[in-house]
Ligand binder design. Structure first.
Ligand SMILES: [Fe+2]
Ligand SMILES: [Fe+2]
Length: 333
């Protein structure tokens, strides 16, 4: 079986043989990570919020106003761009679990909005009113709209579209933009502010690290199984998508922190974005683009160091360890 395969009438869907062990392992981890927003009581955060400056509050509102709709957008991407083209039940189960997590994240932002008595209209209109936010959403939506129109994954172009959509969803949105947002949100905890909001952010980031991993695994599996799409031009295209997304994020951060706040300014956060984007490039087997150090050493590095793989060449050791299904498939040939 191949990852990119439409389910045909009469196909058996059962788990007696798991082909993609990485999906089963990620599903187990995801279930072990289950949490609910109200488990972080926010009384202290309300006190903090009342003492924060207008610029700090506006930045938090903009961050939430970007993140909340993106949770729904990711689910659209999974619905139209992934579930429809994959038959392996273990991968489908993971993706459905991920969809619940995205809903939980949206509810978590809603919980924060209600608790801090944030102007809902202002927060929810952010992705329409603020051009730097809108352009990021449009970057992802252009790909999702293509998925809604429909792609044929039996063609070379359809396979590439499937990969492009995962790059924009899991690598860019979840693996770069959201990490930039986590660093912004967690920075308040560094100043002993919004500590329960930070706990919620920790939980969201733990989920997103898995969404990033499943994205990398899906991309590498499709490339491995479809060597016809593995070309230098396509590699350049993937790399350029990630580099372009960094530009969008750097402009967004200028709007997020026009004057800078205590402990954080645009240059600092943009260096972190470049650092994280380089890790994502390396995880896909590319050379880093920006070659900067991590300015926020206090951020967990646990998610930034997982196995390196070689995007367009031979399968390396860590890939084999991670993707047992492909290894066994190769042996079976
Ligand atoms: Fe999410
Ligand atoms: Fe996610």
């Amino acid at each position: 079986m191949a990852l990119l395969k439409k389910r045909n009438q009469g196909d058996e869907l059962q788990l007696n043989e798991i082909e993609y062990e990485w999906a089963q392992e990620l599903l187990d981890q995801a279930i072990a990570n289950t949490w609910f927003p109200h488990e972080a009581p926010m009384a202290e955060d309300i006190q903090d919020w009342m003492g924060m400056s207008e610029e700090e509050k506006n930045a938090v509102i903009m961050y939430i106003g970007f993140s909340n709709p993106m949770e729904y957008d990711v689910n659209e991407s999974i619905t139209y761009g992934m579930l429809n083209h994959i038959a392996a039940p273990e991968v489908k189960m993971y993706l459905v679990r991920q969809m619940w997590e995205e809903v939980n994240h949206a509810l978590a932002f809603d919980y924060v909005i209600n608790t801090l008595e944030i102007d809902r209209k202002k927060a929810f209109n952010t992705h329409i009113d603020v051009p730097e936010v809108r352009v990021k959403e449009e970057f992802l939506m252009s790909s999702i709209e293509k998925m809604i129109e429909g792609i044929d994954v039996e063609t070379e172009e359809g396979k590439k579209d499937f990969v492009r959509n995962i790059v924009k969803t899991n690598i860019v949105t979840e693996g770069v933009w959201f990490y930039s947002g986590f660093m912004f949100a967690l920075n308040f905890r560094q100043r002993k502010l919004l500590r329960n909001f930070a706990t919620i952010t920790d939980w969201i980031s733990r989920d997103e690290a898995l969404h990033l991993k499943v994205g990398i695994n899906m991309i590498l599996t499709v490339l491995e199984e479809n060597p016809d799409i593995v070309t230098n031009d396509f590699a350049d295209e993937i790399r350029n998508i990630i580099v372009e997304a960094v530009e969008l994020e750097m402009n967004y951060n200028k709007a997020l922190l026009p004057k800078g706040i205590l402990g954080l300014n645009t240059n600092f956060i943009n260096q972190y974005v470049q650092y994280v984007a380089d890790r994502r490039l390396e995880e896909l087997g590319f050379e880093p683009e920006f070659k900067v150090s991590n300015p926020a050493k206090w951020m967990s590095t646990a998610n930034d160091t997982f196995q390196l793989v070689n995007f367009f060449e031979a399968v390396n050791t860590s890939y084999e360890v991670n993707a047992g299904g492909i290894k066994s498939q190769k042996k079976a040939k």
